[in-house]
Ligand binder design. Structure first.
Ligand code: MN
Length: 194
């Protein structure tokens, strides 16, 4: 299935946002990234490198290692592969305005022989090897095209006590102090956030 970055590029003004414009890159390295994104609503963007793009879902509560917690994952537009290590602040008023921090990254292996067909069918199974996430997962489409679930499978990485709040830093090493940038604004005594 040919992928396109047209929607990604249409939504953004690249003279204003520091995000990459990007182009499809067919030589895949099977990477995944989770970007914590303090947009209008805090969420975690989960992206898998497939078919020359980053296939992407926005997860309000973020990923988990707890197999008992299915996480709602809104399928969003494909992102360029060069978004993999994007970290920074999208200006207020621009699409997705707010700070982006790399919460986890690594590689994955599909547990599928025909991934494009599986995705059309609405289920992708894979095994993650990240800094914080690991083991077997699936993303499964619900009755709606847009609403998927991220499900942790029971395996050696599963952790029923997993709490995403305990991991506040970036794994990139570039933003070691990054926590909630909105809290920082308040702490700096700059008054209420507008
Ligand atoms: Mn986002």
């Amino acid at each position: 299935m040919p992928r396109s970055l047209a929607e990604y590029q249409r939504k953004r003004d690249f003279s204003k946002t520091p995000e990459p414009k990007g182009s499809p890159e067919p030589q895949g390295q099977n990477r995944f990234v989770v970007q914590k994104h303090w947009a209008t609503r805090l969420h975690y963007d989960f992206r898998l490198e497939m078919d020359g793009v980053l296939v992407s879902w926005a997860i309000p509560k973020g990923p988990t290692l707890n197999p008992a917690e299915k996480r709602l994952a809104a399928h969003v537009e494909d992102h360029p592969v060069s978004y993999y290590d994007f970290e920074g602040t999208i200006p207020k008023g621009e699409y997705g305005g707010g700070t982006v921090m790399i919460w986890d990254w690594g590689t994955f292996e599909l547990e599928e022989s025909t991934p494009a067909e599986s995705r059309r069918r609405g289920e992708v199974k894979f095994r993650l090897k990240g800094v914080r996430l690991c083991g077997r997962y699936a993303v499964v489409r619900t009755r709606s095209e847009k609403d998927w679930l991220l499900i942790k499978k029971k395996d050696e990485c599963a952790d029923p006590n997993f709490n995403i709040e305990t991991f506040t830093t970036s794994v990139s090493g570039k933003r070691p102090d990054a926590e909630d940038p909105r809290a920082d604004e308040g702490a700096a005594g700059r008054g209420p956030i507008r």
